[in-house]
Ligand binder design. Sequence first.
Ligand code: HEC
Ligand code: HEC
Length: 603
Amino acid sequence: MNQRSTSGFLTASIFMLAMTPVAFCAELLSPQLRSLPQYRVPVDLVCQNDFLFVANSRTGSVSKIDMTSNQLQAEWKVAESLSGIAAWRKGLLLLDDHAHRLLWSIEEPGSSGLEPLLSLELPLYPVDVAVSADETSVAVSSLWSRTVTLFRGQQDGLQKERQLSLSFAPRTMLYLPDGKLIVADSFAGRLAIVDTAAGSVLKEHDVYGHNIRGLGLNHKHGKLLVACQTLDPATFTTYERVFWGVLMQNGLHSIPLDQLLSVSGDADDTAPEEAEYSGTSYASQQRYPLGTPSIGSGDPGAMVVTENDLTLIVISGVNQVAFRTASHMPFERLQTGKRPEAICLDSEQKKAFIANRFGDSVTVVSLEGKAPAVETTISLGEIRELTLAEQGEQTFYDASVSLDGWFSCHSCHTDGHTNGQRADTFGDEDRGAPKKVVSLRGVSDSGPWAWTGSKSSLDEQIKTSLIVSMQTQIPTEELPIERLSAYLKTLTPAPSLRLAKNKMPNGDVLAAARIGFEAAGCQNCHAGTGLTSNDTYDVGIHDEQGETLFNPPSLRGVSQRAPYFHDGRAATLAEVLKTSHHNSEMALSEKQIEQLQLLLESL
Ligand code: HEC
Ligand code: HEC
């Protein structure tokens, strides 16, 4: 299953960008402006000297906090929105995910200004920035364009060196001490190991899980720690199986670094019964479950490991941070603000700071006592009244909606998209036929809902999701359907792979491909702006329970949501087109396949 070679996905090119600094504006917000109620949604944070800097996504602002006094000192409006922050050469690297740029700015000594130094173009949808220990290498991951961009530090700034294509949509990254870079899948379970000196992907490999939102390095034991979730497609979504943590596991996996780096080719970290790598690869790899019955740990995320072997890992879905004082100790919990997603340490490792994405706050954890303890919570400012859709977004990411907090809607529909896995949620009213988790990007246009089209309204589907998929304990008359529905309606289809990669075919080529789409009869079932229809059809793919009729999925953003079909049987779009499903009588010609693939990658 995981024998894909990386070379096919790898395209490296060198960019020699002119070093002329492009100005951007860093506007210091006056205390009056700062005190207006806002919705900042902090997503990342970093310590620099005696200060903590927080990147606020929705306001595109940076908050500065004095780490000694825990006082908020300043806030600058830097961009429309921000997705990441890192410290580099006495300054800050910021990801502007609205203009798709990497910004570098330095605080002017003795003043409250944030001086813009450099603004560099990035592949579309930047989501994480990382800096190597010696600060010579900087990496940015870009989600929908599936790239990692490597920069090298020069005397007067940064130079874009390489742009690497990956087979998956990346997010979280971690530099190893030797300069190698680990890049994790944002949705499913792939890891890429990048040689930043050579500017190439050494290999990609799978972990037994998905939603990798935390990477850490245990120096003492030479292990890579991976926070992820594991959804079992063979488990029905019943009360007991959610209760015992059989359906969805939240885990901390640890992989010995020597094994991670030394195994040649594509290594595997699959379920024991599937593992073909005995002896040589991940024999000593451990999977530590973070939750126990009645103490769910939905959405484990970012982590830090201190030199003293203390591990802290945020459990985003249940508003907690878990810690263990040594690798062999069990985890204990502390309460944080709403949806903790990012964590960092001060340089002396005396404190940890946690950004609470939906709490507009930072939790300060003191590490100086026998065990970590919450010292205080710093508010980034007053929160304005939220819209119904914003309330729905918080519910979508809230694991306490599910039985005992085992998972949130996001655990399966990652960031409104899909984790690429299969789940037996009875959406199809039967057991034993797990279905691929549907992407909810563009969901308001994709009715009727569920693979079989059995739900004629979105609200009806959300109700089933709450009662069955989540095994929620919320009384039926109080189910948060209205706000979830308002949120889901804001989700637009994922940008096509070609759009994200800036490789859209020209108008004539697209027009010809559209004619090919019609000639092949595709629009009989994939019609209108949503490229779907209300009926169900037998296209030759039947499920384990004998169901033959399925509702055509919308083809908007289809290139971003492999694997395909209700059971995920086709790994690529080419496979969808090359198999005889859809039309058993007449196979498509090579030319038609090429043209249709181009079109599907552009929708
Ligand atoms: C355990 C994984 C899992 C969880 C948790 C989950 N879903 Fe789903 N969801 C699925 C699967 C699998 C399907 C497809 C089911 C089918 O068609 O049989 C689905 C389908 C849907 C659909 C229909 C989409 C379409 O276009 O047909 C919606 C809407 C949806 N889920 C919303 C939610 C919401 C809202 C939550 C949280 C309250 C949620 N889901 C939680 C796995 C999950
Ligand atoms: C007779 C109706 C029908 C026709 C004609 C048809 N499709 Fe489909 N298509 C479906 C159905 C139904 C599914 C879902 C099948 C399943 O998953 O069991 C589907 C699934 C797909 C998928 C996978 C989507 C996903 O998210 O998994 C793609 C891609 C696709 N069709 C493309 C095409 C193309 C290209 C053509 C023309 C060559 C075409 N279809 C013709 C009904 C049709």
